[in-house]
Design a binder for this molecule. Sequence first.
Ligand code: LLP
Length: 413
Amino acid sequence: MNAFQRFEGVLHAEAVSLIDLAAEFGTPCWVYSRQAIEKAFDEFQRELPDSALVCFAVKANSNLAVLDVLARRGAGFDIVSEGELRRVLAVGADPRRIVFSGVGKSVAAMELALQHGILCFNVESAAELERLNVVAGRLGQVAPLSLRVNPDVDARTHPYISTGLKENKFGVAYAEARALYRQAAALPHLVVDGIDCHIGSQLLDAAPFTEALDKLLRLIDQLTDDGIELRHIDLGGGLGIRYHDEQVPTVEAYLRPLLDKLAGRRLRVLLEPGRRLVGNAGVLLTQVEYLKASEIKNFAIVDAAMNDLARPALYGSWHQIVPVLTRREDAGTWEIVGPICESGDFLGHQRQLALAPGDLLAVLSAGAYGMVMSSNYNSRPRAAEVMVDGRQAHLVRRRESFDDLIRGEQCLP
Ligand code: LLP
């Protein structure tokens, strides 16, 4: 069952009306469904052997309540910064379920991760390997690592979120990985634990994943010849969701061929899904401020903007925008735009909607890469976040105040 459904014409999150949520928490406001997050997580768990670990990519939605819901369900976490590490520790996540990705890990972040004993560092370069060895040595520790290998496959997604091609900054080149593994195995404060790859985001085709896995398996066999035995394989994230009318693979269709290829190998499977776990579990609730007709276009100016949901402005992404309460009047064609002083500030172009000032709209599929990418541009306080759980709505991050906006700033003496 979809967590966002209409009852008597009114869009609800689980059993709570979005009209009631707007009245209680104001707009703009992010609304998440606990049930939808859990359901998405369970879809992965169902397909996987018990030994596997689903590490939620925290970057997709790092609200503590979201992390907590997933941690309680048994998720691990994929982090990319000290801040993300501190967030997952703050919800009491087990460090042995944390993997650390990213091309620019700082010394401080490495130290904190080592002190807490995380499961694995996904190392992305020779220079990082050296740094990790030094930092671990200084702490008298041995750091567990995977190399993030760039398999040079085309993920066939938006260039900004494609990461597995030679020209991308991510991972170590496939041709260099074997030598780097030997180097890692020889360093005193490192222990080779696994192999990792992540080829891109919002993938709608399962084929590039299997292509990447084939390459990784070839490398794993070469490593065995070198006497390097791996314990786990991390296949990254990247499985897409439906925003519009995309045909999206089921979790089963995505995982089955991968698990089949891994059958008979004693490799623990790790995954790093982000968007697929939370993307369709959240909406951005907004209110129409003004309608403004011009000769060429009709603008509906809403109270959410590109500082809230950056994806349309940044990638030209399409998010479905629906009225919370459907009107009977004929629909017009609207540009759904925010109050920010830039023409790139839009949430949707050419939408067919019947609108009046004061109407509530829901921007769908906004649970991933929504709030986490928001900013204070135009001195707009960041919106509230609410999580619905059955009949209950919980404020999980209060709306920012003016004091929040200027915190830490001061004038010259
Ligand atoms: N693992 C690594 C190493 C990653 O870099 C990412 C995402 C993930 C896992 C999770 O990927 P997912 O399952 O969510 O596709 N801001 C963009 C998406 C950027 C993705 C960055 N890396 C967007 O709004 O579409």
